[in-house]
Design a protein around this ligand. Structure first.
Ligand code: SDX
Length: 425
C-alpha cells in the first residue's frame, strides 16, 4: 500500500525529503509542505499561487475542468434556480439551508440592522461627487469598525453572528447611499416591509414619499445575480480577507480589504469593464479586430469577461446568467446590439485556437453586466453588486479561518534578487 507521501530529491546533494499528501473529500489532493523550509532550507515559489492551497475549507467547491460550483455541497444551478439569495447566504454562514422559520428569523435580523448610524452620513459628504462607489464602499466599511469596535474581540458565537448579520445588512444600504450621494440625490432609507433584494433596488431607485414600481422579474434577476456571486473559494479578494483576518484585525477591516481587492478589473471590476468594452467594440463588424488585439502578446488589450484561474471550461455561473439574460431580453429591454456583439465574441473565441488552447471561456462577468445595465444599475455600481453578493461568502470564510485552532498569521517568503550587502562610501 503506497504511503501518502511525495519524495523530493535535491539533485545537487542527492538528499531526499518526504512530504505528506492530504486527501480531500473531492477534488485535488494537496502536498503538505508546512515543514518544507525547516526540512530543506529552501522556499517553494508559486507566482500568483496557481498551485497553492492556502487553507482547509468546507465552504465552496469548484471543479475547474468540469465547470462545477457548489456551496456547502449544493450545486449552484439548484441554488440559483430553486432558492433565494438569503437561502444561499444562510447556507454559507450556517452550513445548512434554512427552515422556513430560520429563513424568516434571518431575514428579520438583517432588516433590523439595515439602517446605518446617522454619523456615517458625514463620511459621504467628504467624498468628491465623482468618487467611484467602490472607493466609497471600502472606506465606509472600514469606518463601520469605528462604530462597532467591540467586534474586534468577540467571545461568543452569538457575537460573531451579530457581526455577520450587521455587515451583510448594512452593505446594501451603504452601497445605495454612496450612489445617491454621488448623484446628488436624496438618500432613501431601507423599507422594512421589503425583502433584502427588493429593498436594495428600492434604495437605489426610490424617491421620498413616492411609490416606485419594482417588477418581480427585476427583483428575481438581481436576487439570482447575488446568489451566483455569494462565494467562490480562495479567489483574490477572499484571500485578502483571510490575510487581514489572520492578523486579528477588525472583521470589517478585513471586509474592506476584500472590497479593495475585488475592485480590480482582473477580478470583480471585470463586469464594468465588459460592458465598457462591448460598447467600445460597438458592432459585430468590429469584433474580429478586437479579437486580434486580445491575441497579440504585444498588445495589453484583454478580452474582459474571458478566462479564469480555475475554470478551464465554461464558468457554470456564466451559463446560468447567459440563459437568464436571454430570458430577460424582452422583459428588461436588454440592448440587443450589445448582445449581438457579445454572442459574436463568444462564437469566435470558442473556436479560435488561441482561446481554445488556453482554455479561455466566458466567465461570470461576461454576462452579468448586460443584465445589470437592463436593471438600470449604473456601470460604476456593477462591482458594488458583486460586493453585496459576496459579503456572506467573505464572512463565512472569515469565521472558518478564526475557528481553526491552528490558524497562523499569513506571512509568505520570497525569492530575493536584490543586491548583496553594499559598503557605504
Ligand atoms: C472573477 O478567482 C475567482 O474565482 C474570481 C471570480 C470570483 O467569483 O471571485 O470568479 C470572479 O474575477 C472572474 C474573472 C474576471 N476577470 C476578467 O474577466 C478579466 C480578463 N481575464 C484575465 O485577466 C484572466 O483570464 C484572469 C485574470 C481571469 C485569469 O488569469 P490567470 O489565471 O493568471 O491566467 P493568465 O493571465 O496566466 O493567462 C493564461 C494565458 C496567457 O497567455 P500566455 O502567456 O499563455 O500566452 O491566457 C491569456 C494570457 O495572456 N489570457 C488572455 C485572457 N485571459 C488570459 N488573453 C486574452 N484575453 C483574456 N481575457
Amino acid at each position: 500500500m503506497a504511503n501518502n507521501t511525495v519524495t523530493i530529491i535535491d539533485n545537487r546533494t542527492g538528499k531526499k525529503f518526504d512530504f505528506p499528501i492530504l486527501l480531500p473529500t473531492i477534488g485535488q489532493s494537496v502536498v503538505d509542505i508546512s515543514d518544507f523550509y525547516k526540512d530543506t532550507g529552501m522556499f517553494t515559489f508559486d507566482r500568483g499561487f496557481t498551485s497553492t492551497a492556502s487553507c482547509r475549507s468546507r465552504i465552496t467547491y469548484i471543479d475547474g475542468a468540469k465547470g462545477k460550483l457548489m456551496y456547502r455541497g449544493y450545486d449552484i444551478s439548484y441554488l440559483a434556480n430553486k432558492k433565494t439569495y438569503l437561502d444561499a447566504a444562510y447556507l454559507l454562514l450556517h452550513k445548512d439551508l434554512p427552515t422556513k422559520q430560520q429563513y424568516d428569523a434571518f431575514s428579520y435580523e438583517l432588516k433590523k440592522r439595515s439602517f446605518i448610524h446617522e454619523g456615517m452620513k458625514k463620511l459621504f459628504d467628504a467624498f468628491p461627487d465623482n468618487a467611484h462607489p467602490m472607493a466609497i464602499l471600502s472606506s465606509a466599511v472600514a469606518a463601520l469598525s469605528t462604530f462597532y469596535f467591540d467586534s474586534l474581540d468577540m467571545d461568543t458565537p452569538e457575537e460573531v453572528i451579530e457581526m455577520a448579520h450587521r455587515i451583510i445588512a448594512k452593505i446594501p444600504t451603504i452601497a445605495a447611499f454612496s450612489y445617491r450621494y454621488s448623484n446628488g440625490l436624496p438618500v432613501i432609507y431601507p423599507d422594512l416591509d421589503k425583502g433584502f433584494t427588493e429593498n436594495f433596488l428600492y434604495m437605489l431607485r426610490g424617491y421620498p414619499h413616492h411609490h416606485v414600481e419594482l417588477s418581480p422579474i427585476e427583483v428575481e434577476a438581481l436576487d439570482t445575480i447575488f446568489t451566483l456571486h455569494a462565494d467562490h473559494e480562495q479567489n483574490a479578494s477572499t484571500t485578502a480577507v483571510r490575510v487581514v483576518a489572520s492578523t486579528h484585525a477588525h472583521p470589517y477591516a478585513a471586509i474592506s480589504a476584500g472590497i479593495g481587492a475585488l475592485w480590480g478589473r482582473a477580478h470583480g471590476g471585470a463586469n464594468e469593464s465588459v460592458i465598457r468594452q462591448l460598447e467600445m467594440i460597438g458592432t459585430i463588424d468590429n469584433v474580429e479586430k478586437f479579437i486580434k488585439k486580445a491575441k497579440d502578446k504585444n498588445d495589453p488589450f484583454r478580452l474582459m469577461g474571458f478566462g479564469h484561474r480555475v475554470y478551464k471550461n465554461f464558468d457554470p455561473r456564466a451559463k446560468i446568467l447567459k440563459k437568464l439574460r436571454d430570458q430577460l431580453v424582452d422583459e428588461l429591454d436588454i440592448d440587443s446590439e450589445l448582445i449581438a456583439v457579445a454572442n459574436k465574441i463568444e462564437q469566435i473565441a470558442l473556436s479560435d485556437e488561441y482561446f481554445v488552447s488556453r482554455n479561455l471561456y466566458p466567465n461570470i462577468d461576461f454576462y452579468s453586466g448586460l443584465i445589470l445595465e437592463a436593471l438600470k444599475i449604473p456601470k460604476e455600481m456593477f462591482a458594488v453588486i458583486f460586493v453585496i453578493g459576496r459579503t456572506p461568502g467573505w464572512i463565512a470564510q472569515w469565521i472558518e479561518l478564526k475557528e481553526q485552532p491552528d490558524m497562523k498569521i499569513a506571512r509568505p517568503r520570497q525569492l530575493y534578487l536584490g543586491p548583496n550587502e553594499r559598503t557605504p562610501e
